[in-house]
Design a protein around this ligand. Sequence first.
Ligand SMILES: Nc1nc2c(c(=O)[nH]1)N[C@H]1C(S)=C(S)[C@@H](COP(=O)(O)O)O[C@H]1N2
Ligand SMILES: [Mo]
Length: 543
Amino acid sequence: MKTPQAQQEAADDGASSPRRSGADGAAQGSRRWAAASGAVAAGAAVVVGELLAGLLSPSLSPVTAVGGVMIDAVPPGVKDWAIALFGTADKAVFLAGMLLVIAAVGALAGILEQRRRFAGAAVIAVFGLVGLAAVLTRAQMTPAAAVVPLAGALAGALLLGLLIRRLQEGASAGAAGTDYAARTATTAGRRTFLQVLATGAGATAVGGVVAAVWRGAAAGISTAREKLQLPAAVAEAPAIPAGAEVGLDGMQPLVTPNRDFYRIDTALIVPSLDPESWVLRVTGMVEQEVELNLAELLAKPLIERHVTIACVSNEVGGDLIGNARWLGWPVRELLALARPQSGADMVLSRSSDGWTAGTPLEVLTDQRDALLAVGMNGEPLPLEHGFPVRMIVPGLYGYVSATKWLTELRVTRFADDVGYWTPRGWSDRGPIKTSSRIDVPRTGRRVGAGTVMFGGVAWAQHTGIGKVELRVNRGPWQAARLAPGISLDTWYQWQLGIELTPGQYEVQVCATDLNGEPQVEERRPVAPDGATGFHTIRVDVNP
Ligand SMILES: Nc1nc2c(c(=O)[nH]1)N[C@H]1C(S)=C(S)[C@@H](COP(=O)(O)O)O[C@H]1N2
Ligand SMILES: [Mo]
């Protein structure tokens, strides 16, 4: 005759391995269900937290807070890591990884809860405390935001308790007897458990989708952005000179469309700032603190300028660079209202999520038209490029100048303050290095013998490009035809036809700025202050 455990195994796990001994199988089967319960409960904790955050603190949720702490904690000077963080595509992967870890820890909590009452609930409570600790360190912290992870954890722990109790009731009913009644009780207990589990999992999945869509819609900010009417500029961008766009097949457009513009930031979720309540504060070493709202900013005499911005993490030949027409008010006009005190030499600009850039005060007050930008290529800034207001500073890498989702300008000193990336292995000053790139032909491309057309871009923001040269197999430098630039602050296109007979060639490009300073040949990595070296491609010429 079968033991009660074996009977329960038959009821529990009828379809699974017949070779397993009954008692073991039952334990394993129900352990699997406990793990599933734990994962669902952890998921529920996260989803309840995200939904509550959507209601109570749209700019800060437990998941983004924990992710933010992890991103900030990446060891300084670790180049690949830093690039991954500067980078774009990794954000989704990073979030998915976080959710997997949460599910795994939840599964463990389920197994523990089954062994000992409240043991798993304690693990879920730790989740809540981790979330709370992370929220407390964030710039967007509010008391409401701090309550959210605790509420989420409470919901998760309650669900876990409920699930494991049901699971155990089913099991003990089965273990209590050998007769028909006990088997029926097992099946009934089992059914309640499965119902609660399925309801919990379903609600969690639906809630997760709602939370994701809610975030995706950035709480109505996209609509506010679409409604925003930008005023005309009092000074339009200088016209693009004839011939500035070389027009070779495979070249990138001279002005980068917004949808193709590279995106780099530490924000796991794009901050959504309400244009109605946005204010910029000028604080620190000033005679007069100033506050400016968006209506006031839009009423100022705005100017439009083409500026090419670049990321310090751009490798030689890389594409973390883009050129746009920016509409904005010169930062120097705002600083003039605040009147910086003598001794100040830096402006620490801060975004809504607490990210900072340290920019030399001088660069923001000279005649180069550093902007508080509201428009990008004729539209309000896209959300991921800093809506409603960002900084654009000709000549400096983005990490020390181009603060998106701008909320504060703090006038200070390099001796007293540092921007976000400086303690993480990057230089406190970040002038863009003169550089150039070959876009046509693509490296490794086969081309026909004869005149091979080469084309690309070169940039030395705020100094301007004087000449661009190419060399084949380290031979003599040959001058390319340099197209007129839009301004000293943008990249220039160039082209050159070179006669090549069949064979394999290495082609290099070198730009020289308008001061006669050539770009640096020595290959150096992106950290701490920007890569150097000549972009080098291989070309296979067919017979
Ligand atoms: N708030 C915020 N602003 C930021 C960053 C950031 O991480 N957070 N990254 C900076 C960096 S490193 C660069 S290169 C530029 C990139 O601007 P883009 O994404 O519009 O191309 O934004 C800068 N502004
Ligand atoms: Mo950057």
